[in-house]
Design a protein around this ligand. Sequence first.
Ligand code: IVH
Length: 673
Amino acid sequence: MAANRRQSLRAEALRREIERHNRLYYLEDAPEITDAEYDRLLRELMDLEARHPELLAPDSPTQRVGAPPLAAFPEVSHRTPMLSLSNALDEDEARAFDRRVREALGEEEVAYAAEPKFDGLAISLNYRDGIFVQGATRGDGAAGEDVTPNLRTVRSIPLRLDAAADTADLEVRGEVLMYREDFERLNSRQREAGEREFVNPRNAAAGGLRQLDSRITARRPLRFFAYGVGHAPGAGWRTHAEVLDRLQELGFPVCAERATVRGIDGLLRYYAEIGARRDRLPYAIDGVVYKVNRLDWQEKLGFVSRAPRFAVAHKYPAEEQATEVLGIDVQVGRTGAITPVARLRPVFVGGVTVTNATLHNEEELRRKDVRVGDTVVVRRAGDVIPEVVSVRLEARPAAAQPFRLPLQCPVCGSAVVRGGDEAIARCSGGLFCPAQRKQALLHFAGRRAMDIEGLGERLVDQLVERDLVRTPADLFSLSLEQLAGLERMAQKSAENLLAALAQAKQARLERFIFALGIRNVGEATARDLARHFGGLDRLMAADEAALQAAPDVGPVVARSIRQFFDEPHNRDVIRKLREAGVAWEEHAPAPIPPAGAARVFVLTGTLERMSRDQARELIESRGHKVAGAVSKKTDYVVAGADAGGKLARARELGIAVLDEAGLLQLLKGDETR
Ligand code: IVH
């Protein structure tokens, strides 16, 4: 049925509205509606067009969802060749460019337009009477592929321009690319769907644009930035800056980083400024482009072979480079985490020579399947540690074998263990493994652990490097002579350290347990364990089921405690610590209240005879729990002086309120139970 006037007006209104939202989103970064609302508008227009095909127009935003697949891309000749840029690889070459320009023009100083060199794909867009009619890739520069349906899906490319002298016949040039953030999101979607991940934003953008089925392109988050015009007979621009201003006015995305600068000093300043911000830009760049700003001067300078004389690309050091994997080492980190590291044929990347790159963990290693002998792409951006991005499978030697992580720690020989569904393999050597020793010693001596004053990082480094200390137990047999012989260690400091060590021997069980550095056992768990078991031997003897009977100890924590004490080295260290005189008070294990007899207490206000912490300890030592907030699950609220909101809430819920004496009375009853 032919559309009536109301329907055709509605279709036109929807088209304008949808494109307005595209502009708000992509150009102004200020969306006014949600994605769902946007989709609703689009769907309404699609419905209208489906029912009344005569309403369909090539500039309709519905064309952005993609068209049926093509058999092949038609070839198109560019009316003006799409040229390449010559490169300036360092400052000298940038200076040489400026010198050549000045000499050819006979000018003292030249104004340049400077802009980022986008790391995407060059594209040409043709508009007739303001309507986007054809878009093409660069191809060999003379002819490219007609990818019009694909480019229509790129929401930041305007499908219609205001009618004007310069839009009757206009060819705009620019770059299609993917924002890094969109790339990460796309890759995590791929990962979740079990699909292949893309290597970098550039590949993902290029692959997206080369889809014969534009409905696939439509699902790639592609963007466009205009950087020039190929053909514009109706325009009378005088400078490149004017060109970009006009393109922006017409609704093309033009990057905000562009600038006009004077002379080589201006260029080099621009290069440094953009270089410093490179990692924070939303898109990848591989350099900046300098263009003589005056268009008549551009014409005068002309071209050499296939590159203009009026422009140059000043490159930044590449952030990605290919190199060979010479070997794969494993490093043992602070918590025993085993990190595979690729040893590389030295390669200059991101401005430094890189010889190692992390492979993160076993899961990553398996996913990327990096093998000795492989050619890999290495990435180093900013200050981040170099990493292996991908493997060039086509270059893999036939004999290359998959790499397996060792079953034993390469440093201490202890078993390498994997915790359930954890991606990380760990050395189980704990206190015994030299790689973990330094960190373990620092942890042991820490303020919240054994609190050994004066045992800082620099000292621990020396003690371990000179092999004076291998385990925390060795700390207690250090002599004054040994200590005084260390760098930057005065006699007095050595004496102070020995005194601190002597003092630390008077320990508390909970702090000692925490100091051991058992994985997943923090301060709170150590306190619970000390209270629950009352003595170290009972803790060490407990099986996983017995461990889980302690408050807040689940299967994961129970397993890591068991693994720790099962390691003979760890038991050995503990024995030596005790022999050295480290001791603590033990007590009977906490009574386990019969099922259902454990109560939940909430403390509020100031108590008189004990601190809140002491009250908590007392309550917990009887097998009860202390919660932070009053809820229906609370059995008692213990209220001291100036109790506030929690007391009010208890009254509201009808919960029993105790004073200090009432609490003690109640707990006494527990003891006789
Ligand atoms: S102007 C005649 N400006 O660099 C000059 N090109 O080697 C034509 N590129 O494939 C190019 N950012 O895709 C120009 N701001 C920019 C650019 C840029 C990236 C790419 C372009 C082309 C290559 C030229």
